[in-house]
Design a protein around this ligand. Structure first.
Ligand code: PLP
Length: 437
């Protein structure tokens, strides 16, 4: 197959220079900038199905899928038609609309939540869920896990304090210590750390928030029974269990990560957060849960929460069209394509002598360039980032756009057909050799 000349992308280079003059780092979300792998991010002109086309005319198989939302691939004709029809009816009214009701009903049908409230980003969803949990319980302390990302909520941009169950410190300049002094950051998959935190602060803990299956340190499956354990310990202490399914919701499986272990094991989160797939590529997200908790939200309850574009008719129409089309066959197709890519990547890396671990949750997966299975953030941090950068650029040069960071899930879609998968398979052996070099 022809090798793309990745070093020569003059149109992307030119746009990147213009972008850097007017936008910090030239990007509107940091990971897009290629800081972790070096080089020029490709400026994408258009996308169709599994393919991205950059402004230099290079075509790539997309394994980012907008960081999760594009479950059906890009510009799916039925989603596009629904969106075009919605746009023709006007784009925002600031009044209730039918698509909001229909999307809320679709989410309630697929998940254990009884009621939902729409917002415009995953960050808003987790921020609002935590406010609601605090308002409902009358308590202040929040537990999160290191390596789980819940958006850029001040209280959650936190790093562990010096002891196991000591309060956190800000994870970035700009977050005041007062915003993280009620946050506990614990190691993921560590039951004894959770036990200790509840022993010490049980009656002050408003909620524990976790990614239902972490994807933001690479894919790290919850240990058997871990989510059920969290749900149970929260219940015993009167704290709320918030399962963040912004990434996994309607992607890891038809019912998200909860469909993989919650439904079979019989536990239910008190609150859940959603985003990405449910917005069909538009800014839409949601939080939801038990009706008695959700009824504490304004306007029926005292906990304030609002949004000018929340439940936007175009975004909710896109989300609804996406969920309607996200049938069992879609998940089966993505799962099969993921299996093919995982085995081929592992084979290529083994042949090149590159230590690696492939980890999956449903249809989501990632490949850590490290020796041992990864159970937490400390384990994820052992991944060989230099080897990943070489692997990434070799794949990019062969027409495959991987996430430009070693700590991410690889996303496929129902549009990843044989041609797309074959392009990935053809690129892997050389990329594995590049990672070995
Ligand atoms: N929660 C999880 C699990 C996420 O993966 C993300 C984003 O990647 C967020 C929350 C934040 O969502 P957004 O980027 O829409 O604010």
């Amino acid at each position: 197959m022809p090798t793309l000349d990745t070093g020569h992308v003059p149109a992307s280079d030119a746009l990147f220079a213009r972008a850097r003059a007017v936008t910090p780092g030239g990007v509107n979300s940091p990971v897009r900038a290629f800081n972790a792998v070096g080089g020029t991010p490709r400026f994408i002109r258009e996308a169709k199905g599994p393919w991205l086309t950059d402004v230099d005319g290079n075509r790539y198989v997309d394994l980012i899928c907008s960081w999760g939302p594009m479950l059906l691939g890009h510009a799916h004709p039925e989603v596009q038609a629904a969106v075009q029809a919605a746009v023709a009816r006007g784009t925002s009214y600031g009044t209730p609309t039918e698509p909001e009701v229909e999307l809320a009903e679709a989410i309630v049908r697929r998940t254990p939540v009884e009621e939902v409230r729409f917002v415009s980003s995953g960050t808003e969803a987790t921020m609002s869920a935590i406010r609601l949990a605090r308002g409902f319980t009358g308590r202040d302390v929040v537990i999160k896990f290191a390596g789980c990302y819940h958006g850029h909520v001040d209280a959650l941009l936190a790093s562990a304090g010096s002891g196991l169950a000591t309060f956190a410190v800000p994870g970035t300049p700009g977050v005041p210590a007062s915003s993280t002094e009620l946050t506990l950051v614990l190691p993921y998959n560590d039951r004894s750390a959770v036990d200790k935190a509840f022993e010490e602060y049980g009656d002050r803990i408003a909620c524990l928030i976790t990614e239902a299956a972490p994807g933001n340190m690479g894919v790290v499956p919850p240990a058997d029974g871990f989510n059920g354990f969290l749900a149970d310990i929260c219940r015993r202490h009167g704290a709320l269990f918030i399962s963040d399914e912004v990434m996994t919701g309607f992607r890891a499986s038809r019912e998200g990560a909860w469909g993989l272990d919650g439904r079979p094991e019989g536990w239910t989160p008190d609150l859940m957060t959603f985003g990405k797939v449910m917005g069909g590529g538009f800014p839409a997200a949601a939080f939801g849960g038990r009706a008695d908790i959700m009824q504490r939200l304004s306007p029926v309850g005292p906990v304030y929460q609002a949004g000018t574009l929340s439940g936007n008719p175009v975004a909710t129409t896109a989300g609804l069209a996406t969920l309607r089309l996200a049938t069992d066959e879609v998940y089966a197709h993505i799962g099969a394509a993921a299996d093919t890519v995982k085995s081929a990547a592992s084979e290529a890396l083994t042949a090149a002598g590159v230590p690696h671990v492939v980890q999956s949750v449903g249809t989501m997966f990632s490949i850590f360039l490290t020796e041992q299975p990864v159970a937490d953030f400390a384990g994820a941090s052992t991944t060989d980032v230099a080897a990943y950068a070489a692997f990434f650029h070799a794949m990019l040069g062969r027409g495959v756009y991987l996430p430009p960071s070693a700590y991410e899930a690889w996303f496929l879609s129902s549009a990843h057909d044989d041609e797309a998968v074959d392009t990935i398979l053809a690129a892997l052996p050389d990329a594995a050799q590049a990672a070995a070099a």
